[in-house]
Design a protein around this ligand. Structure first.
Ligand code: NAP
Length: 261
């Protein structure tokens, strides 16, 4: 448990709400030390003991650590003064410099969780601006370990790149699952069977990779020189990896350009 008050602006949204629930469930902060805000002023989280407010400046004033979990286009209108506070931003495409300019916070951290915060399975890379001390770094790591794995990165640009990679969470698997199911149906496999087969590949069979090296897995399966080898060979001849690279660069370019309204 940490002896700090944590405020989450946008603490009832997808990411903010999941982090709020997780820090309470893991006992990182007691409910009395958690303040969340939104514009609408109501949410079931308030029934779990967290204070729900609509006054963002009031939240900042009462918090030691402020997580900004609103969408990037809502950041400019927050108008908060966080002088002397630690601010952790989850917003894609908003630089540490912009956050410093608009909030006057003394310590700024940019973190990029993904939608799997909801099931405690996010990977959250985070970057902190110069001058952030070890105690604050430990605290940031502990907050994000409540919703999965987390690691500090040394360059802010890595956050923009990783926004397009781990930040997209289930997006790439969803695309693969959809493609597998559609192609199977086009080949005449009944829809329900196609969906079950595609789901098994993406959601269930992939669990084998949790503790195995993926390249070794590919090599082992290709070594059979059978069905899997033929399928994977077509994928790699078809520019698959370069296409993945272009997709990641396209997403990163949007993050680098900035998403502020
Ligand atoms: N979702 C993802 O997979 C993902 C991945 C990586 C990073 N991110 C980043 O995480 C941030 C949050 O995304 P999300 O998907 O969690 O968004 P979301 O579900 O739309 O949540 C945004 C929250 O902000 C609240 N809000 C909006 N304006 C506010 C204001 N002026 N004051 C206080 N609260 C306000 C909203 O509640 P009211 O409408 O009631 O005000 C809502 O609870 C974004 O900046 C995004 O770039 C998201």
């Amino acid at each position: 448990m940490i002896n700090k008050t944590l405020g989450i602006i946008g603490g009832t949204g997808w990411l903010g709400g999941a982090i709020a629930r997780a820090v309470l469930a893991k006992g990182l902060v007691p409910a009395g030390n958690l303040i969340i805000s939104n514009r609408s002023g109501n949410h079931p989280l308030a029934e779990q003991g967290a204070r729900l407010v609509t006054d963002n400046q009031g939240l900042v004033d009462r918090s030691d650590v402020v997580i900004i979990a609103v969408r990037p286009e809502h950041f400019a209108s927050l108008g908060i003064d966080a002088t002397g506070k630690i601010v952790i931003s989850l917003m894609a495409g908003i630089t540490a410099q912009m956050i410093a300019a608009q909030t006057s916070a003394s310590a700024i951290v940019r973190a990029m969780p993904n939608a799997a915060v909801e099931i405690g399975q996010s990977f959250t890379p985070w970057y902190c601006s110069a001058g952030v001390g070890t105690a604050t770094k430990n605290l940031v790591q502990r907050v994000f370990e409540c919703v999965g794995a987390a690691a500090e990165v040394q360059q802010e640009d890595f956050i923009d790149y990783l926004s397009a990679l781990s930040g997209t969470g289930p997006a790439f698997p969803a695309l693969l699952m959809t493609a597998l199911a559609r192609q199977a149906m086009l080949a005449g496999i009944p829809g329900d069977i196609a969906q079950m087969a595609a789901k098994n590949v993406v959601v269930n069979s992939s669990q084998l990779l949790a503790n195995r090296d993926p390249q070794q897995m590919i090599d082992a399966l290709v070594a059979y020189r059978g069905v899997t080898a033929a399928a994977l060979q077509v994928m790699s001849q078809g520019d698959f990896e370069e296409q993945v690279g272009r997709a990641l660069q396209a997403g990163a370019a949007v993050a680098r350009k900035g998403l502020q309204a």
